[in-house]
Ligand binder design. Structure first.
Ligand code: C2E
Ligand code: CA
Ligand code: CA
Ligand code: CA
Length: 279
């Protein structure tokens, strides 16, 4: 996409950078979307595999754009990341997810963990840990009930800063999970360097678990490695019974996926939580 952008620029006599103009337009739209309350969080349950108990939810953002319907994060998060709009958006996501958890817990719907995705820019933003500390303090939320999901690549660029950020987040008491584990080009050495509580095995390894002995071997190795380092494991993208059984057999701690529950809007997840926690 970057290459294409550059070519377009060369074609444009006035020197106006079309790509920049597009990004500005999108940035404005995202800004408006936030102001007009068009962003919403859906929540996908996470289950303990040993007994099937619902133990957490992952917050997943959607843009409810008038006339366009629900827009999925793959279609705007990368743009928000490029324009910098990810910072206010990410702040909104953090605040909204934490407030939601606080309300649920106050309502007796718990214990429950809230997993929140951090973007690369958010992770590199100075003061992230202080911002989160202030938010959790205001809400009187136990930091241990918050899990931040980051990707391997976010740890690999600017290592020193990443170590510092991870250390301050860990001191705060929030949990840290490595999302899409196994898809990055990173060394495993970072597992030793960073305070990590959970590995989230990427869904690409789960997809062909029944057909691919290699995937079963990879998944098994990730689980053994993680457990030997006292790191818990969650598998994402569980879509069928076989995958669920296989992961249980391989002693995977937790699971998430369409077979178990889809991401749901607030009203729906609340019904589920009520069934689970109020009898
Ligand atoms: P992710 O963090 O890896 O999220 C998992 C994605 O897999 C979600 O897509 C979820 O709806 C989908 N999924 C869940 N169960 C299954 C399943 O059984 N099978 C399959 N094939 N997919 C499943 P979604 O919501 O479209 O999000 C896509 C990506 O957008 C996320 O990937 C994450 O990287 C990003 N994203 C979503 N919400 C946020 C957010 O609040 N902040 C940031 N920075 N990124 C977000
Ligand atoms: Ca995630
Ligand atoms: Ca993931
Ligand atoms: Ca992903």
């Amino acid at each position: 996409a970057k290459e294409k952008g550059r070519n377009q620029v060369q074609l444009f006599e006035s020197g106006m950078n079309i790509r920049a103009v597009n990004l500005m337009k999108i940035s404005g739209e995202l800004h408006q979307a936030l102001e007009k309350n068009q962003m919403e969080l859906h929540y996908q349950p996470q289950f303990r595999l040993s007994d099937g108990k619902l133990i957490g939810v992952e917050a997943l953002v959607r843009w409810n754009k008038p006339g366009a319907g629900l827009i999925y994060p793959g279609d705007f998060i990368p743009l928000a990341e490029q324009t910098g709009m990810i910072l206010p958006l990410g702040q909104w996501i953090l605040t909204t997810a934490c407030r939601q958890l606080q309300r649920w817990l106050a309502d007796g719907l718990g214990p429950l963990r809230m997993a929140i995705n951090l973007s690369a820019r958010q992770f590199r933003q100075p003061g992230l840990a202080q911002d989160i500390a202030r938010l959790l303090g205001e809400l009187k939320l136990d930091p241990r009930s918050i899990e931040l999901e980051i990707t391997e690549s976010m740890l690999m660029e600017e290592m020193e800063m990443a170590v510092a950020t991870m250390t301050s987040l860990n001191r705060l008491g929030v949990k840290l999970a490595i999302d899409d584990f196994g898809t990055g080009y990173s060394s495993l050495a970072y597992l030793k360097r960073f305070p990590i509580h959970r590995l989230k095995i990427d869904k690409s390894f789960i997809k062909d678990l029944a057909r691919q002995a290699e995937d079963r071997a990879i998944v098994g190795s990730i689980i053994t490695l993680a457990h030997s380092m006292k790191i818990a494991v969650i598998a994402e993208g569980i879509e069928d019974e076989y995958q669920l059984q296989q992961l249980s057999r391989q002693a995977c701690d937790e699971g998430q996926g369409y077979l178990l529950a889809r991401p749901m809007p607030v009203a729906e997840i609340e019904q589920l939580l009520r069934q689970d926690f109020h009898h």
